[in-house]
Design a binder for this molecule. Structure first.
Ligand code: DX5
Ligand code: ZN
Length: 230
């Protein structure tokens, strides 16, 4: 586990428990104890057509693992709910700009509750309108699939947004983790890392592997090579 700062040069791997066995979440977290963050997908069957878990499960997971929890809220009305996830122990709380009413105020409330604040954009959502808003955030989560389900195909056509965010981090305008989520495996992680991502969510590529911990190490090694070569 690393306690990294945005802009550090090391890749971070965040296994998504969406692909884990929900009846054995503590064991599934243990299986990826070498990860950097544990990615927790919260879905409400409104913002996305799928339903997963909420605050009680996040609170229990926080007690069950030392891994920093990376909560990805795919829910309506994140302004109301996001700070509660910070209070529940999440290390990073990311919500969707498409669902937020006052994203800056919500980011401040998340930070005031002690977590990093993240903003996520769906594949069709452009980044340019939010480049100033992102100064209120610690994490940008660029969706590389339509949010809602694991196991989908990586959308390389969103990578220009990753490049744009990385340019703004390099210039000092933004100070952010640049995270990608959806369809990340040992092949697609190369393009994402070359584009400038530094946090990589992987669900099926980790939990469908025979040994999830080894899959985390393998993804990190490939990402590190791609980041160094760039
Ligand atoms: C999808 C979720 C992802 C999902 C990724 O909406 O946000 O975190 O778990 O799963 P894979 O890595 O299988 O695409
Ligand atoms: Zn996610």
């Amino acid at each position: 586990m690393t306690t990294a700062e945005p802009g550090h040069a090391e890749p971070m791997i965040a296994p998504s428990i969406l692909s884990a066995d929900f009846a054995r979440l503590a064991d599934e977290a243990d299986a990826v104890g070498n990860a950097d963050w544990l990615h927790v997908d919260v879905m409400d069957a409104h913002f996305v057509p799928n339903l997963t878990l909420g605050l009680p499960v996040v609170k229990s997971l926080h007690r069950a693992t030392d891994l920093p929890l990376d909560c990805h809220l795919m829910i309506d009305d994140p302004d109301r709910w996001a700070p509660d996830y910070a209070q529940a122990g999440a290390a990073n709380v990311t919500f969707h700009v498409e669902a937020a009413r006052d994203a800056a105020a919500t980011a401040r409330a998340i930070r005031a509750a002690g977590a990093l604040a993240g903003l996520s954009v769906k594949p069709a959502t452009p980044l340019e309108p939010y480049l100033e808003l992102l100064r209120e955030f610690d994490t940008l989560l660029v969706m590389t699939v339509e949010p809602g389900f694991g196991g989908q195909r990586f959308m390389a056509d969103v990578l220009p947004k990753v490049r744009l965010a990385r340019d703004h981090v390099r210039s000092g305008h933004l100070r952010l983790f640049v995270e990608v989520d959806g369809g990340i495996d040992e092949d697609t992680i190369v393009a994402a890392a070359e584009a400038g991502a530094d946090v990589f969510v992987a669900g099926s590529a980790v939990y469908d592997a025979g040994e999830p911990g080894r899959a985390v190490d393998a993804l990190r090694a490939v990402a590190r090579r791609a980041m160094r070569a760039h």
